[in-house]
Design a protein around this ligand. Structure first.
Ligand SMILES: Nc1ncnc2c1ncn2[C@@H]1O[C@H](COP(=O)(O)OP(=O)(O)OP(=O)(O)O)[C@@H](O)[C@H]1O
Length: 428
C-alpha cells in the first residue's frame, strides 16, 4: 500500500503539491488524474524518494522509499520511458538494471517476453518507437517482480493493440494482489482500466473514490429532447415550459435540448401539456471524461483560447456540499480514506496560488521543522533518469539527508564489460 499524509512540495515560490493525503490499496488499479501541471509526476517522484517532501510524508508498505528493505523487489516504476541510454540494446539496458539491483539475468529475458520485446531484445533502444520504449520501461518496472507498481502515462504512444495490452496487464497485476498506481490523461482508457481514482488539481486532492461513484458524483444525468425540425416555435415553447417547471435547459449543437433537473416522464407530461410534439426523449449518463472535465474545470492551468470546456461552464445553482467560493487554498473535503468529491456541476473556486511561506528547511521524514537550519531541498531530477531504474534502485543515500540528494541512478549506468563488446546496430 502507498500512503501519503499531508504531502506538500514547493519549488521556491511554486507550490506543486499541497497537503495531499491518500492511500493506494493493493488488489486494484488506482488511476491518478489531474490536468497538466497539477502535481502528478511530483507526487510520484516523492513516492519513489526522488524528491523530498517540503512537508508531510509518503510511505510504501509502511516505509519511506529510502528505508524500504530491498526496494527494487518491492517497488517498480515507469516514470519516463525515454530515460534510456540509446546506445544500449533493450537487453543490455535491463541487464544493467538487474545487476545493479541483484536481480538474476534470467529475469531479464522473462520480462522481455512479458512485454513482447523478445524479438527486439538485441536492438539498440535509440531505434525504438515510442511504444517500444514504453514497453521497455514497463519491463524495467517489472524486473524485481514488485508488489507495488507506479506507471506515469504508460499508454503514451502505444497503438490500440498496445493500449489494450497495457489495460489488461494492469488489471492482471492488480488481480494478483499488487498495488497498481497509474497516471493518465486518457479518460476513456482510465474508465476501462481503473477501479479507483485519485484526482488532483493544482496539487490538491479533488477526489478519492471509485470510478462509478466519481462519475455519478461529478456528472448530472440528463435528458436529450428534440422537437420537430423547422419549427423553432415548438422548441421555444418547450424550453419555457421546462424552465418554468424547474428544469435547466441548454441547447445542444444539433438543435436538441439538454435537460437536467426533471425526470423523463415529467418532461413528457410537460411537453404534452404545452402541446409540443417530441421527436426524441432519451436518458443520458455522462462519461468519465465529462465528469472529469467538470471536476477539474476550475483547476486547469493551461487552456486554449478555443476551449470546449466552455460548454460545461453553464451557470450552476449553488449545490449543497460544494466547495465554498473563496475557500482557503488547501480546502480538503472529506476525511482521509473517505470518498471525496463534489456534487454534479460544482464549479471549483478559482483558487489562487497560496503565498509561499518563508523557505522551510527539511527534516528527515519530511516533517516541517521549526528551526531554520537545514539546507534547501535537492533539485528535482528530470523525471527520473532511467526511470525504471530509479524505482529499481534504492537511493544510495536516504532522501531525507538534504546534503546528499536522493540518488538517482546515473543517466547511463556503467555497463558491465561483457555487455559492451558489440557496437553494431544489433548489439549483442
Ligand atoms: N523541478 C522543478 N522545479 C520547479 N518547478 C517544478 C519542478 N517540477 C515540477 N515543477 C512544477 O510543479 C508543478 C507540477 O508539475 P508536475 O510535473 O508534477 O505536474 P503533472 O501533473 O505531472 O503535469 P503533466 O500532466 O503535464 O505531466 C508544475 O507547475 C511544474 O512546473
Amino acid at each position: 500500500m502507498i500512503e501519503a499524509v499531508g504531502l506538500t512540495k514547493r519549488y521556491g515560490a511554486k507550490t506543486a503539491v499541497y497537503n495531499l493525503s491518500f492511500q493506494v490499496r493493493p488488489g486494484a488499479v488506482t488511476g491518478f488524474l489531474g490536468p497538466n501541471g497539477s502535481g502528478k509526476s511530483t507526487t510520484m517522484r516523492m513516492i519513489l524518494g526522488l524528491d523530498e517532501p517540503t512537508a508531510g510524508h509518503v510511505t510504501v508498505g509502511g516505509y519511506p522509499f529510502g528505508k524500504l528493505p530491498n526496494a527494487p523487489r518491492q517497488v517498480g516504476a515507469l516514470l519516463d520511458a525515454k530515460a534510456v541510454h540509446g546506445g544500449r540494446s533493450a537487453r543490455q539496458h535491463l541487464l544493467c538494471l538487474a545487476q545493479l539491483s541483484g536481480i538474476p539475468a534470467r529475469r531479464v529475458d522473462e520480462v522481455l517476453g512479458v512485454v513482447g520485446l523478445q524479438n527486439a531484445a538485441r536492438k539498440r533502444s535509440k531505434g525504438f518507437s515510442l511504444g517500444m520504449g514504453q514497453r521497455l520501461g514497463i519491463a524495467a518496472a517489472l524486473l524485481g517482480d514488485p508488489q507495488v507498481l507506479l506507471f506515469d502515462e504508460p499508454v503514451n504512444g502505444l497503438d490500440p493493440e498496445g493500449i489494450l495490452w497495457v489495460r489488461n496487464f494492469m488489471k492482471q497485476l492488480a488481480s494478483e494482489g499488487r498495488t497498481v498506481f497509474v497516471s493518465s490523461h486518457l479518460m476513456s482508457e482510465m474508465a476501462l482500466t481503473a477501479d479507483h481514482l485519485i484526482v488532483i488539481g493544482r496539487g490538491q486532492l479533488l477526489a478519492d473514490m471509485n470510478v462509478k461513484d466519481f462519475i455519478s458524483y461529478n456528472s448530472a444525468d440528463f435528458a436529450r429532447v428534440r422537437t420537430p425540425e423547422g419549427d423553432p416555435g415548438q422548441r421555444e415553447k418547450l424550453t419555457a415550459a421546462l424552465s418554468e417547471a424547474g428544469g435547466q435547459v441548454l441547447p445542444e449543437q444539433d438543435g436538441a435540448l439538454r435537460v437536467t433537473g426533471l425526470p423523463l416522464p415529467r418532461i413528457s407530461d410537460l411537453a404534452h401539456k404545452a402541446d409540443v410534439r417530441l421527436w426524441e426523449l432519451s436518458p443520458h449518463q455522462a462519461s468519465l471524461e465529462e465528469a472529469y472535465m467538470r471536476m477539474t474545470q476550475g483547476a486547469v492551468d493551461y487552456r486554449s483560447t478555443i476551449d470546449e470546456r466552455a460548454a460545461l461552464q453553464q451557470p450552476q445553482q449553488p449545490v449543497p456540499g460544494a466547495v465554498p467560493q473563496g475557500a482557503p487554498y488547501g480546502y480538503a473535503p472529506g476525511a482521509q480514506g473517505q470518498p471525496v468529491g463534489f456534487p454534479p456541476g460544482t464549479v471549483l473556486p478559482g483558487y489562487a496560488e497560496p503565498p509561499a511561506p518563508p523557505r522551510q528547511p527539511h527534516a528527515p521524514g519530511g516533517a516541517m521543522p521549526s528551526a531554520p537550519a537545514a539546507p534547501a531541498p535537492p533539485a528535482a531530477p528530470a523525471t527520473s533518469a532511467p526511470a525504471a531504474a530509479a524505482a529499481a534502485m534504492p537511493p544510495t543515500a536516504p532522501p531525507a539527508a538534504p546534503a546528499a540528494p536522493p540518488a538517482q541512478p546515473p543517466a547511463a549506468p556503467p555497463a558491465p564489460a561483457d555487455l559492451t563488446k558489440s557496437d553494431t546496430e544489433d548489439a549483442r
